[in-house]
Design a protein around this ligand. Structure first.
Ligand code: NAD
Ligand code: TYD
Length: 348
């Protein structure tokens, strides 16, 4: 097997690349990543010398480059994670999300279709997507694989569009695909623009914790290593032309999650109980803010036997420990362009 993983220098992709490289020494794993602000080779420095691993720096929006890479390497499998992934950035620059998430995905689909040329034996195009394509839930209910798409942010609209194209290539050209829609991930290597690592970093620095709106928005959180386990399982055992929802069975209101994070951080930092909570600051809401996401992950549980392996409290503690063990990682990613982003998003 020669497998192309896209976005493998990013948060989730790095955990997927590590898992595939170490678990399948007989596979050749190619990690294609443009190294945008979110991509960081430090995330996978521990596996870069493995004999079955190759890093390729390149942009999925460059069709000629993608065609020639597929032509030269003749991949049998694709696990596609490369994307612009942050909702707040999508509100400021939606077109960047169309380019990478829609056109980039199209380029990969076209290249796979062209080299496989109807010979689909042993081939698989795995598209990694999000639960945000389903839109917002009210207080009740869960997203299942048959919930209608109803995206509300430019990010989720671009991911929904890419999901539709993957499915359309399956229907129209017979391209063997599988799609997963996962809930919010957290864990090591998470870029500190997303809620948990941003707040963790701000607590260390005694900076305000900017809670959007009233803080009563709900997300379903999954430890990133459990997502990587699910991707491995679906890549190998998932049925062609199927969608699987992946979630943590783990809903938290933002404000409750932030209070738990503050409590665990106070303990870690040796601060008095309740100290970090004082940093909570309610700020202007995100436009189009989805009230609640929650996944029904019964299908992947029943069909493939997947379940999360850690509780949220355990996963959050492991995450905090990782950031404390890797202060230089955090210092590197929060220098330079990050400061500019932070000022624009939170201080202007
Ligand atoms: P991330 O932003 O941390 O990483 C994205 C990676 O893609 C980076 O390494 C970046 O350099 C690379 N990339 C971006 N544009 C590229 C381009 N044009 N060409 C090549 N590489 C490019 O994202 P993440 O949180 O790891 O998410 C990975 C995937 O999982 C995305 O498709 C996302 O939609 C999906 N997903 C994320 C979550 C989550 O909670 N983070 C949940 C469900 C699904
Ligand atoms: P985020 O980590 O950006 O993930 P997503 O928007 O994809 O769910 O945000 C998680 C939740 O936290 C979401 O309801 C928005 C909220 N949030 C804040 O309240 N303040 C912040 O500074 C950020 C980044 C997010």
């Amino acid at each position: 097997m020669k497998i192309l993983i896209t976005g493998g220098a990013g948060f989730i992709g790095s955990h997927v690349v590590r898992r595939f490289v170490l678990n399948y020494p007989h596979y050749q794993i190619y990690n294609l990543d443009a190294l945008t602000y979110a991509g960081n080779l430090e995330n996978i420095v521990d596996i870069e010398e493995q004999p079955n691993y190759t890093f390729v720096k390149g942009d999925i929006t460059d069709a000629a480059f993608i065609d020639s890479l597929f032509e030269t390497e003749q991949f049998n499998g694709v696990v596609h994670l490369a994307a612009e992934s942050h909702v707040d950035r999508s509100i400021k620059d939606p077109l960047a999300f169309v380019k990478t998430n829609v056109i980039g995905t199209m380029n990969l689909l076209n290249a796979a279709k062209s080299i496989w040329n109807g010979d689909y034996e042993g081939k698989r195009f795995y598209h990694v997507s999000t639960d945000e394509v389903y839109g917002a839930l009210g207080a009740e209910g869960l997203f299942t694989e048959t919930t209608s798409y109803d995206p509300n942010s430019p990010y989720s609209a671009s991911k929904a569009s890419s999901d539709h194209f993957v499915r359309a290539y399956g229907e129209t050209y017979g391209l063997p695909y599988v799609i997963t829609n996962c809930s919010n991930n957290y864990g090591p290597n998470h870029f500190p623009e997303k809620l948990i690592p941003l707040f963790l970093n701000n607590i260390i620095q005694n900076k305000p914790l900017p809670v959007y709106g009233d803080g009563n928005y709900t997300r379903d959180w999954l430890y990133v290593i459990d997502h990587a386990r699910a991707i491995d399982l679906v890549f190998h055992k998932g049925k062609h032309a199927e969608t699987y929802n992946i979630g943590g069975f783990n809903e938290w209101k933002n404000i409750d999650l932030v209070k738990l994070l503050c409590a665990q951080m106070d303990q870690k930092l040796g601060r008095p109980e309740g100290d970090s909570e004082q940093l909570i600051t309610y700020v202007k809401d995100r436009p189009g803010h989805d009230l609640r996401y929650a996944i029904d992950a019964t299908k992947i549980k029943n069909e493939l036997g997947w379940e999360p392996s850690v509780t949220f409290e355990e996963g959050l503690q492991q995450t905090i420990d990782w950031y404390f063990d890797n202060p230089e990682w955090l210092a590197n990613v929060t220098s330079g362009a990050y400061q500019e982003y932070y000022t624009k998003q939170y201080e202007e």
